[in-house]
Structures are given as C-alpha cells and as structure tokens.
Design a protein around this ligand. Structure first.
Ligand SMILES: *Cc1c(COP(=O)(O)O)cnc(C)c1O
Length: 413
C-alpha cells in the first residue's frame, strides 16, 4: 500500500527527535525549525521512478515522502507539476543562453506559496487544527486563505498595511479575517503568535511549523524529474523566508538516499533586494546566522522578510553548494521585469525579476559561465503587483480615426 514513510520530526539544530503525529511548531529546546524525517528505505518499497511516472495528482504523487497519513485529508487546488520552460531569448539577453524558468506562477493563487500551504493546511487539518493564523508579506496570505477555505477551516492573516492590494483582496475574497499591521512581516509574525497562544489557532508561519517546507521541497523533486534525474549547474532563487531553498536542499538529499541522484548539486544562488538583504549580509560576513534587517523596504513584497527563522539552514545550504547570496536594486528589478516580458517570459513578479537581474550581474562578472545550465525560479505572477516604473503611456485614438498615416505612425508594427 502506498503510504507516507514519515517517521518523526527532528530539531534542525538540536538533532532531537519528536513525535510527528501531533501538531508541532518549533523545536521546544531552542525555538529552531523542526524538519520531517522519513524512512526512505520503506518509501522505496512502493516509490520507483516508473511508479511515479504513472501516478496522477501533481505534487501529491510523492505520497511516501510527504507527511499525510490518510489521502482523504489531502486538500488540493491542483498545485505543483509546473513546467520547466527553456527561455533561450531571455537567456541570451542575460548572458546565459541555457536558461530555463520553473514556472511557479502557474500554481493556484499565482505563486509557489500554494505548494507549502497545500501540504501544511492538509496536515494541520489531519492533526486536528480547528483554526489557522499566519503573517504574510503577500502571497502566503492569499494561499492560506484559499487552502483554509478548501479545508473548511477559519483563517486569520496579519499583513503589513502596504501589502499589494491583490494579496489582501484574495485573502478577503476567500473568507479570511484580514488584519493590517502598521509594521513589517516580523511584527505580523509576533501578532500571529499572540493570537495563536490566546485562541488555540494553529500558527502556519513558515518554518515555525514543519510542513510548509515539505510542500516546497517538491520543487526540488520536480526539478530532478524534469531534467531526467539530474540537476542543473546553477539554481537561482529569490529569497524571503528561504523555505524553498531549505526544502529543495532537503529534497535532493532524500533523492540521493533513494539512489536517484548522485552527489552533484547545483550552486544555489539566493537573491534579495538591496533594501532588505539580511542573508546576503550574513553570507558575506561569513556568519552562521543572519541579524535582523532594519528599515526593510522593497517592491518585491515576498522578499521583504527582515529576519528568517531558517537562516542557519539557508546559509549552510548556500555554502555547501558552493553558491552565493546577492542583492539587486529596485531599478534593476523594474528593468528585469520589463526585459522578461519583452523576451517571452510573460508578466513575472518583481521577485522573479530580482532573480533575473542577479543572473545578468553574475553572468557579467563571470560568476555564472555562459555555457552553464541555469534554472531560475519564476516564483509568482506579476499581475498581483503594481506595474513596474517605465512602461510607456499608450496613445488614445478615436474609434473612427480618419487619418491612416497618423494611425500607422501610432500603431504600425
Ligand atoms: C514568498 C515569495 C518568495 C520568497 O520565498 P521564500 O521561500 O519565503 O524565500 C519569492 N517570490 C514570491 C512571488 C513569493 O511570494
């Protein structure tokens, strides 16, 4: 029978072992993230590459290496299974012709937050959560609201007052209670914790519960599968809480334990905005932990995370991979967003644009070779954000414009 091979939760720093079958938040000894551990040998009894190829259900095909005990508890809106799209025109413009984009904007709710929330909400419901609460800088709140509604659980989201309107409206439309906070995502996190403590609602803050990272780890599984069970030279990831980086690193370890991958790993490149770059600062200082960033500001709301609880795990993975952490300016984000659209990548989010801007910088200074295979995580759609600066103002003509020369001057291709 195909079932989860989940065995226990493990303190990511303490190494202590905890029961996985009750609702858990962080490691009680040090407040650090808990990670789900599996009996990979047991998983291998039913999980083969051939079996996987025959299964339906996108992200949920990875049953053995996901935490759900009972498939009836799966809450799905169709997340995962996104395409890895070659982007040769954009790649050539950035100096890396072998560029591909993992199109995470095709997920429900328009971002990869859907992966994490699908798994976390399903598992919280399975373990008896009665209500859910979380802080969100943008896409997480909409995703939590959507999955909470699908699970029939009440949701509360704390968001900064200047969150993109589409994220706020998405959460409201899905029936969540939304509280706007005159502060940052870290302040929202503290308020969520207080509400969770006072009401018994389950706090789904990323890496403060063990299963959002399990949902995001499926990006690492899929990338290996997309490439025929190998990995690219470089993976570029716009980083806020860093859940995807931690998740993919974990996924590749699990695949290596299954014997489906060798020791080769991509160089992981974490991209932040210059206005909020705590991981870049820590990486450059050679530190194991990141100090909180003050006055965090960037239009890429998903990157406006001044302090990530997964900092140690992220920094360790970047270094073990031989990777880097780099920051880009707001102007570079705007430019890259427009460039991506003109070169066939569609209307990407400012977060994706930050990653693309970093690729151009790194290619120009030789940190990424022109012959290397580079995968950028296109983490969300651009439609949920205000447009970038620098778009032209379209001309207006009368419906019966009489002057064809004028019309051609305005509209001629
Ligand atoms: C949340 C978010 C990110 C950052 O993801 P983390 O895994 O938290 O680092 C990047 N892009 C978009 C569009 C997001 O919503």
């Amino acid at each position: 029978m195909v079932q989860s091979a989940l065995t226990h939760l493990e303190g990511s720093t303490s190494g202590r072992r905890y029961d996985a079958d009750r609702l858990a938040t962080v490691d009680p000894v040090d407040g650090r993230p808990l990670l789900a551990r599996y009996d990979v040998a047991a998983a291998a009894r039913t999980l083969s590459r051939e079996a996987l190829a025959r299964r339906r259900g996108r992200l949920w095909r990875w049953t053995e290496l996901l935490p759900l005990r009972d498939p009836r508890h799966v809450v799905t809106l169709g997340e995962g299974g996104t395409p890895l799209l070659p982007a040769p025109r954009l790649g050539a413009a950035l100096g890396v012709p072998r560029l591909a984009l993992k199109a995470e904007g095709l997920n429900p709710t328009g971002s990869f937050k859907a992966r994490g929330m699908a798994v976390a909400v399903s598992r919280a419901a399975e373990l008896g959560a009665r209500a859910l609460v979380a802080p969100s800088a943008g896409n997480a709140g909409g995703a939590l609201a959507a999955y909470g509604a699908a699970a029939g659980l009440p949701v509360t989201v704390f968001m900064p007052v200047d969150v993109p309107a589409a994220n706020r409206d998405e959460a409201l439309l899905c029936g969540a209670r939304v509280v706007l906070v005159d502060g940052l995502i870290s302040d929202c996190g503290a308020l969520s914790r207080r509400v969770a403590d006072a009401t018994g609602a389950f706090d789904v803050s990323t890496l403060k519960e063990p299963y959002r990272v399990e949902g995001k780890k499926t990006m690492g599984f899929e990338l290996a599968e997309d490439l025929g069970w190998r990995l690219p030279d470089v993976v570029v990831y716009p980083t806020g809480g860093g859940t995807g980086l931690v998740g993919m690193w974990k996924a590749w370890e699990e695949l290596a334990t299954l014997g489906w991958l060798g020791p080769q790993r991509p160089r992981l490149i974490s991209v932040q905005a210059e206005g909020c770059a705590p991981l870049v600062r820590a990486f450059e200082a050679g530190a194991e932990e990141a100090e909180p960033w003050t006055d965090a500001h960037t239009r890429a709301s998903g990157l406006r995370v001044p302090s990530a609880i997964g900092d140690r795990l992220i920094l360790a993975a970047l270094r073990a991979s031989g990777g880097l952490a780099v920051a880009v300016s707001e102007d570079a984000i705007d430019d890259a967003q427009r460039l991506a659209g003109r070169h066939g990548a569609g209307y990407v989010s400012p977060e994706t644009a930050a990653a693309l801007a970093a690729v151009a910088d790194l290619a120009a200074r030789g940190d990424i070779g022109a012959d290397e295979e580079v995968v950028v995580f296109d983490t969300g759609i651009g439609h949920k954000y205000p447009a970038p600066a620098g778009l032209p103002t379209p001309p207006v003509v009368a419906a019966d414009e009489p002057d064809t020369d004028r019309l051609v001057a305005l509209a001629g291709a």
